[in-house]
Design a protein around this ligand. Structure first.
Ligand code: ADP
Ligand code: ADP
Ligand code: ZN
Length: 219
C-alpha cells in the first residue's frame, strides 16, 4: 500500500547535533517513509566489526567524514533495496556535492529526484550542548537528550527498554572537529537551492515545533 508520501525523496541537512536523526525518526512515523541514516549504517558496521566498519571507524573517531567512494557505494546499495523504491528520507547523506550528485544520478535512473532538501539550522553553542547530552538506545536507536528530551527512567529506552549509551564521537574533543569539518558546505546548500527544493527550518525551536515546521515544508 502506498502512503501519501509515496515516491517522495527527502534529504535532511544540518550540522552535527541539529536534530536530523531525532526529526527523521518522527517524520518516518508520520509519513511512513523509510529512514536512511548513513551514520547509523556505519555504526552498525562498527558494531559488527565488518571491514567497512573498521575502515569507517578510523574516520568517525577523529570526527572526519568517511571517504566519499565508500560512503556512496554503501548508500547506493541501500537505495537499491525494495523498501527504498517508493521514496525515502535521508539523514546524514549527502554531506557534500559529490555525494549529492551521486544521489541525483541514482534517483534519476529510477525516474525520481530529491523533492525536498530541508536544512535545519542551529548555532554552534547550542550544538555543543546538544551533542554533549545526547543518549542513544543500543537496541532500537531512539535518540534522547539528558535535559531536553529525557527518557522516563535514566539510562533506559522508553520505546523498547534497551540500554542507553553516549557516542564515543560525542566527546568534546571530537565534537570540536566535527563542528569544524562537518557543517553542510555552502556549495551543497547551493546545489539544492539551484534545484528549487531547499527549505530552511529554524532548529532552535522545541522538538515539536521543529517537527511541525518540517511537516509543513513537505506538505
Ligand atoms: P551526526 O551526529 O553528525 O549527525 P552521523 O550519525 O550522521 O552524525 O554520522 C556519524 C559519523 O559517520 C560522521 O562523523 C562521519 O564520520 C560518518 N558519516 C555519516 N554520514 C556520512 C557521509 N554522508 N559521508 C561521510 N561520512 C559520514
Ligand atoms: P543530528 O542527527 O543532527 O546529529 P540529533 O537528532 O541526534 O542530531 O540531536 C542531537 C541531540 O539534540 C539529541 O540529544 C536530541 O535529543 C537533541 N535535540 C534534537 N532536537 C532538539 C531540539 N529541537 N531542542 C532540544 N534538543 C534537541
Ligand atoms: Zn530502544
Amino acid at each position: 500500500m502506498k502512503g501519501l508520501f509515496a515516491d517522495v525523496y527527502i534529504v535532511l541537512l544540518g550540522p552535527p547535533g541539529a536534530g536530523k536523526g531525532t526529526q527523521a525518526q518522527r517524520i518516518a512515523v508520520a509519513t511512513k517513509l523509510v529512514h536512511i541514516s548513513t551514520g547509523d549504517m556505519f555504526r552498525e558496521n562498527v558494531k559488527n566489526q565488518t571491514e567497512l566498519g573498521k575502515l569507517a571507524n578510523d574516520y568517525m573517531s577523529r570526527g572526519e567524514l568517511v571517504p566519499d567512494e565508500v560512503t556512496i557505494e554503501m548508500l547506493l546499495e541501500r537505495i537499491s533495496r525494495d523498501d527504498a523504491r517508493a521514496g525515502a528520507m535521508f539523514d546524514g547523506f549527502p554531506r557534500n556535492v559529490v555525494q549529492a550528485e551521486a544521489l541525483d544520478a541514482a534517483l534519476a535512473r529510477e525516474g525520481a529526484k530529491v523533492d525536498f532538501a530541508l536544512l535545519i539550522s542551529v548555532r554552534d553553542e547550542e550544538l555543543v550542548a546538544r551533542l554533549g547530552g545526547r543518549w542513544i538506545c543500543r537496541n532500537c536507536g531512539k535518540l534522547y537528550h539528558e535535559r531536553n528530551d529525557p527518557p522516563k527512567r535514566a539510562g533506559v529506552c522508553d520505546a523498547c527498554g534497551g540500554e542507553l549509551y553516549q557516542r564515543e564521537d560525542d566527546r568534546p574533543e571530537v565534537v570540536q572537529s566535527r563542528l569544524e569539518k562537518q557543517k553542510p558546505p555552502a556549495a551543497l546548500i547551493e546545489h539544492y537551492r539551484k534545484a528549487h527544493v531547499l527549505k530552511e527550518i529554524d532548529g532552535e525551536q522545541s522538538l515539536d515545533a521543529v517537527t511541525a515546521a518540517l511537516l509543513e515544508a513537505i506538505r
